[in-house]
Design a protein around this ligand. Structure first.
Ligand code: NAI
Ligand code: MG
Length: 366
């Protein structure tokens, strides 16, 4: 039977961009591509409005049982004054925590037609396709002891970087598995020169590689040198795997290689399920964009590319993922732009649904 895809549109522009993903899903289903049993549920403020909670137990259970979850965005000014326990973000945090999504994937992919939009020179980013895998559930943001304590007559701020061998091993496996579906190369980044956790990180990644993934090419780099290389020559990388703190910084830097927030997809992966697929949540990097919600201005590409990631990394449909990405490239090359992708003098932007329709038309024409 068809795999299950749970769609959680959420708030603000979430439902608007998700409507365009639906068109893509329907097109594939009707044209011999992958087909899915699509379920839909509420998350964030939309769920709070209906049920008084940002994620119901029923929706949580559906997410646990789905083959992949695709989320729009959560939040908005209407919910800012709510108690923290029922804030829209809590719905997303619950999904990540209960599905144990420890590997956060942030691709930096440069579409040729937008190469001049990058913060870097065209030749540095043109053709770029790099993936950062950030460990998301451990490391210095969670380690104990932590706190602000008094020592003598001053205060001391304390956080602890702590990684267990199994935490490193599982995110390393995620990175090696991804590399097998990409260009077969992983670069692991830490600071083994000054951190014990970095020494262990390097050792464990190397051990997992030697025991299970010798077909993948592995290299190691200090994270500070890595930051420099991501700006100087990002095309040398395929998959980068790194810890929570370094990954937070490196993935934001890499995102700026490619331009607008409206273009950036992401995924969060957990351990493989019985069918071998990782637990997975796919979502655009952007939020609910209340400033443009309800106006048909949102760029649906980040959400559409998140679905392309689902095709490639959850459903082994790399060919269709590439086909979808090529359709996006084609409409951009034809000059179609939502408002976020143009300056004030660049002509007339297309609407959210016009962009979605054009991508479907490009799929059909390919
Ligand atoms: P945002 O990402 O929603 O918006 C930042 C700016 O980028 C806005 O000017 C917006 O119009 C623009 N933008 C974002 N996505 C766009 C798209 N697809 N097309 C065109 N323009 C786009 O971040 P902001 O404003 O900080 O947060 C707004 C709300 O979203 C808040 O409630 C925040 O908590 C929530 N949020 C939710 C996230 C999630 O669901 N994962 C992530 C980030 C923020
Ligand atoms: Mg960040």
């Amino acid at each position: 039977s068809d795999p299950t895809l749970l769609i959680l549109p959420g708030d603000g522009i979430g439902p608007e961009v998700m409507a365009e993903v639906r068109k893509v899903i329907e097109w594939f289903g009707a044209n011999g591509g992958p087909s899915f049993t699509v379920e839909e549920d509420l998350v964030g403020g939309a769920s709070y409005d209906a049920h008084g909670t940002p994620l119901t137990d029923a929706a949580m259970e559906r997410a646990q049982n789905a083959d992949a979850v695709l989320l729009g965005a959560v939040g908005g000014p209407a919910y800012d004054a709510l108690d923290f326990s029922v804030k829209p973000e809590r719905g997303l945090l619950r999904l990540r925590k209960e599905m144990d999504l420890f590997a956060n994937l942030r691709p930096a992919q440069c579409f040729e037609a937008l190469a001049d939009f990058s913060s870097l020179k065209r030749e540095v980013v043109s053709g770029l396709d790099l993936m950062i895998v950030r460990e998301l559930t451990s490391g210095i943001y969670f380690g104990e002891p932590r706190g602000i304590v008094r020592e003598g007559n001053e205060r001391v701020g304390i956080n602890t970087q702590r990684y267990t061998e199994s935490e490193i091993a599982r995110v390393a496996r995620s990175a090696f598995e991804l590399a097998r579906k990409r260009d077969g190369r992983v670069c692991s980044m830490e600071k083994a020169n000054v951190m014990e956790s970095g020494i262990l990180w390097r050792e464990v990644v190397q051990e997992i590689h030697d025991a299970e993934y010798q077909d993948v090419e592995l290299s190691h780099m200090y994270a500070d040198a890595g930051a420099m290389q991501i700006c100087r020559n990002p095309k040398q990388f395929d998959v980068i795997v790194t810890d929570n703190l370094f990954g937070d910084i490196l993935s934001d830097a890499a995102a700026m290689l490619t331009g607008s927030l409206g273009m950036l997809p992401s995924a969060s992966l957990g351990v493989p399920m019985e069918n071998g697929r990782p637990k997975a949540l796919y979502e655009p990097v952007h939020g609910s964009a209340p400033d443009i919600a309800g106006q048909g201005k949102a760029n649906p590409i980040a959400c559409i590319l998140s679905f392309a990631m689902a095709l490639r990394y959850s459903f082994d449909r790399g060919d269709e993922a590439t086909r979808l990405e090529s359709a996006v490239e084609k409409v951009l090359a034809d000059g179609l732009r939502t408002a976020d992708l143009m300056g004030p003098e660049d002509g007339t932007p297309v609407s959210t649904s016009q962009m979605g329709d054009a991508i479907v038309a490009a799929l059909a024409a390919a």
